[in-house]
Structures are given as structure tokens and as C-alpha cells.
Design a protein around this ligand. Sequence first.
Ligand SMILES: Cc1cc2nc3c(=O)[nH]c(=O)nc-3n(C[C@H](O)[C@H](O)[C@H](O)COP(=O)(O)OP(=O)(O)OC[C@H]3O[C@@H](n4cnc5c(N)ncnc54)[C@H](O)[C@@H]3O)c2cc1C
Length: 376
Amino acid sequence: MRARFSHPAIDHRPGTEVVAVLPGPELLVTDADGQVRQVVADRLVLATGAVERFRPVLGGDLPGVHPLGGLQTLLKGSGVTPPEPVALAGRGPLLWLLAAQYAVLGVALSVVIDAGRPTAADWWAALRSRGDLVRQGLGFVVGVIRRRVPVAFATAVDAIQRDSRGLVVDAGGRRWRTATVGLAHGLRPDLALAAQAGCALDRDPMLGGWVVRRDACFATSVPGIHAIGEVAGIGGADLAWAEGLILATRLAARPPPPDALRAWDRADRFRRALAPWAADGDDVPDAPDAALGCVCEGVDLGRVRAAVAAGAADVATVKLATRAGMGRCQGRYCADTVAAIVHARTGRWSPPSTRWPIRPVSAAALAAMGEVGDGG
Ligand SMILES: Cc1cc2nc3c(=O)[nH]c(=O)nc-3n(C[C@H](O)[C@H](O)[C@H](O)COP(=O)(O)OP(=O)(O)OC[C@H]3O[C@@H](n4cnc5c(N)ncnc54)[C@H](O)[C@@H]3O)c2cc1C
């Protein structure tokens, strides 16, 4: 892929972050040197992927408790494994992928706890669309069980505690002692740029919650902006790859490769079949009031629930009332939780909203740019 980027028609800028999409479309990007630059485009393709979902768990903020994707990135990026034994809990393919990777490496696992409850019909639909991936996933599960790792299916974590001997995971009336816990709550589209660009969003709990609305040609509601991959719904790498091929050929006024269209169709049917197991849909967080809802600002669920009960009817009002979402991550992780609690009371979902710059930029770099757009 790197070799393809060396094509003279491609201006590849690794290490560059987009911090704003302004009308045009015009991008504001930060280079590795921290400078902010403007890039004007005829067309923009948003392919910002997904981020891990955060769900409150009592004790989820204790030292030794990590997001499961973070543990996997640590393993893939640096070959680092956490203190053992490790308990992995939650839902989705990453749970069993990491469990299998750890098992093969000889990392001691105290338990794997899978909260998903797929029906026979879900499995049948998944098998028919991507039997190869289902078999691969079952291979992970069998590999873990063969190593005599305790597993619990259809079980959610109730609480995590710490005592002098380490961590204790409570789930479904049973307890497991461990040194590290990895929690997986699935993925959700990374909508920071799409929302900031004003793209219309739809709510589809089976595809990760809010997703970018697109037409059949992957065009968003904003002229000149397309969206591909997981920003338009969680679906895996094969689906994202197929969408890239389809859009690239369409933008070049050529017919999309039939293989890519077939791969897209199979991947789409597969993700929909898998969703009841992999995604926790629109579940309202059922963790107790003491569980942290906003980790950055230390706001527990009790305070969020009290604000909503007192009349806060959207995420922005809860933020003003409690500071949930005011911290460094700007609601990237907690806004989903707050939105679910608001929805449970009002029946309305607050769509995500972002203002630029979507990532921290120094005031000096912004000042050096002069006047740009509006709304910052
Ligand atoms: C933590 C985690 C671990 C995963 N592990 C696996 C795995 O082991 N195996 C597997 O098959 N799938 C894994 N997946 C899923 C897999 O990554 C996706 O299915 C696939 O990569 C989706 O492709 P995409 O093109 O939509 O997004 P991605 O491949 O995620 O690409 C999106 C890119 O956009 C970049 N980006 C986002 N915002 C900006 C911005 N403002 N400026 C500049 N760049 C930006 C991101 O840094 C990223 O490089 C994982 C996903 C996550 C979140």
C-alpha cells in the first residue's frame, strides 16, 4: 500500500490530523510540527473509522482495568502484555480475538466473560454470509476453552473491586480474582469530523448507534462529501475495503468491480447477522449510581440521572448541569451514556455535536493562521 502512495498524483501526508472541515470543503490540518494548514478539495471522502464504546461499570475506573481495544493495541503495537492473570469481558469479535492471541502467547487468563446473547437464527444468518469468519471465531473460542480457561457466556460484569490481593470481577453471581481486566463494549463510528462538517446522521443501534447518512453512492447530505467504512456503520475491515474500491471507481467514472460489490453484500449481511451479539444496541446503562459516567470530570451516573430527572432533556444540558463531557475528551466517550439515559426518560436521542478544532491545537498555531471560517 505504501508503494501505491508514492504515485505522483497522490499527496500522502502521514502524521497529519484533520481538526476541522469547513464549507468548500476546506480542511484544517495539523502537521507533525504542530502547524495548522488549510487544504482545499473538490471532494472529500470521510473514512475516519470507529472508536471503542465506553459503558460505565462499577469499578471500571480502577487501576488495572483497561478498554480491551487498548490492550490489543498495546500487544499489536509494542508486544506488551499486562500483569497476569487477565480477565476479558464484554462483547464482540475483539473479545475472542484478544483472548485467543493471549492464549497462544501463554498469557494467563483468569476468565473470559461474553455478554452477547445471539439466537440460533443470528448464527445461521452469519454462517450463510461469511461462514469462513464464523469458523475462525469459533476456532478462537475452542482454542481458549482447550487451554482450560474458565468462560462464562450470556453474562455481564456487575462490578469490579480491588482489595489487597488484586482485582475481583463480579459477574452473574460468580467472582473471579485477577490482576488485569479488559472490558469490551463494541465499537461506534468516529463521527467527530462528520458531525462537525454538518453531515446528516441516522440512528441505527445495530450498526453502532449514530452513523453518517449516505445515498447509494456513499454521498453524505453535504455536497462534495462522501463517507466510507465504519464511520457509516460498524462492519469490519472487509466491508471498509470494499466500500473504498466501489467509491474510488465510481469517482473515476468507472463501474465498480463486481468482486467488490459481492464482497460488500456479503459483509453487510454478515455484520447485520452478528450485530445482536456484537453490539449492545440502545441498552440504557444499568450500572449503579456510583459508577463513573464521565471519567475525565469524575461525574458518576447518579449525578447524570439526577440531572435528567430534574429536567435536563439533552446531552448539552446535562453537560452544563454536571460537567459530564466537559473534560479533555469532550464527551467522546461519555456522550453515548448520557444520551442513553436522556433517551430512556424523554424518548429523544441527542445527536452528537462537535465544534472545531476537534483535537487540541495550540492557540499560537491557530493565531498564526489568521481568519478562517466561522463557528470555532
Ligand atoms: C481498538 C480497535 C481494535 C481493532 N482490532 C481489530 C483487529 O485486530 N482485527 C480486525 O479485523 N479488526 C479490528 N478492528 C476493526 C478494524 O479496525 C475496522 O473494522 C477497520 O479498520 C475499519 O476500516 P475503516 O477504514 O472504516 O477505519 P480505520 O481502519 O479505523 O481507519 C480510520 C483512520 O482514520 C483516522 N482518523 C480518524 N479521525 C481522523 C482525523 N481527524 N484526522 C486524521 N485521521 C483521522 C484514524 O486514525 C484511522 O487511521 C479494530 C478496531 C478498533 C477500534
